[in-house]
Design a protein around this ligand. Structure first.
Ligand SMILES: C[S@@+](CC[C@H](N)C(=O)[O-])C[C@H]1O[C@@H](n2cnc3c(N)ncnc32)[C@H](O)[C@@H]1O
Length: 273
């Protein structure tokens, strides 16, 4: 049994509801990142793919369309997100509510894929060793995860700007299970090698992330991500309005012809079973 209980609780609670209610905003923000990841994944018709931490199934459905007649399985610990994935599915992908850390995988897949879904393991070495069992001989894992949070300007700068209005941050430090659990690429390399993976390659990418059409909308989105989302959960509307008013002008510096579009910062990670 894995001890991912905190993550089970987290991804089955208010976060899942919030994620689903803002799915369009999150997807829009992830478009540039998704494009970089899909290019990196190099999907081909006939490939069998496992999508770990598939959430509401957006990537899983895209993979299904690209690998047909190959098959894709989306796996996630969040019941509400898996239910949403099934409800939104075209029927071309399958979904399972399960924990990647201890699911009894058999060697069925050519590719293990993940968009931001493998940074949450309490025991990353044991979990990545377990995931390796899902690959056929010669199979590959390709995933994308976040860089250290202080390198993601649209999360760290607004937070610094309103720190005095909010309770102290109980930080999710880099390298702890959470969004920044694989932020240190040298550590990720060691973890994967310790888990039995070969030929590990890690490359940094900084694709644009469209967080809103206007500064007001972008500020709202930033308040639903990263440290601000954690701190604002359960706070009163007056504080939320103050935070929004203070961070809105900051957004202007990331204005492009598309809207408010700061660069993201992610790692593209590749390893052989
Ligand atoms: C940041 S979300 C990304 C969702 C999706 N890949 C996307 O890009 O929209 C992380 C996902 O990983 C899932 N997750 C976390 N720990 C997991 C585990 N041990 N096994 C399977 N899924 C997990 C969460 O439930 C959540 O849906």
């Amino acid at each position: 049994m894995s001890d991912n209980s905190k993550q089970h609780e987290y991804w089955n609670g208010e976060v899942a509801t919030n994620w689903l209610s803002r799915l369009d905003h999150f997807e829009r923000g992830l478009m540039g990142i998704n494009e970089a990841l899909m290019k990196f994944a190099d999907l081909k018709p006939g490939m069998d793919v496992l999508d770990i931490g598939c959430g509401a199934g957006t990537t899983t459905e895209e993979i299904a369309a690209r690998v047909y007649p190959g098959r894709v399985l989306g796996l996630d610990i969040s019941k509400p997100l898996i239910e949403a994935a099934r409800a939104r599915s075209s029927g071309a992908a399958s979904y399972i509510e399960a924990d990647a850390s201890d699911f009894p995988f058999t060697p069925e897949f050519d590719l293990v894929f993940s968009r931001l879904g493998v940074m949450f393991f309490a025991n990353p070495v044991a979990s990545f060793a377990n995931i390796r069992r899902a690959l056929k001989p010669g199979g590959v894992m390709k995933f994308l995860c976040w860089c250290p949070q202080n390198e993601i300007s649209y999360l760290s700068e607004p937070y610094r700007h309103v720190r005095d209005l909010l309770p102290p941050l109980d930080p999710t430090p880099d390298n702890e299970p959470g969004p920044f659990g694989l932020a240190d690429s040298a550590r990720t390399l060691r973890l994967l090698e310790d888990a039995g993976w070969h030929g590990v390659r890690i490359r940094r990418t900084t694709p644009p992330s469209l967080i809103g059409a206007t500064p007001e909308e972008a500020a709202e989105q930033v308040m639903n991500m990263g440290p601000l989302a954690r701190l604002l959960r359960g706070t009163d509307d007056t504080t939320k309005a103050k935070v929004h008013a203070r961070i809105t002008p900051l957004m202007d510096k990331w204005r492009t012809k598309n809207g408010i579009e700061p660069p993201a910062c992610c790692w593209l990670v590749e390893a052989r079973a």
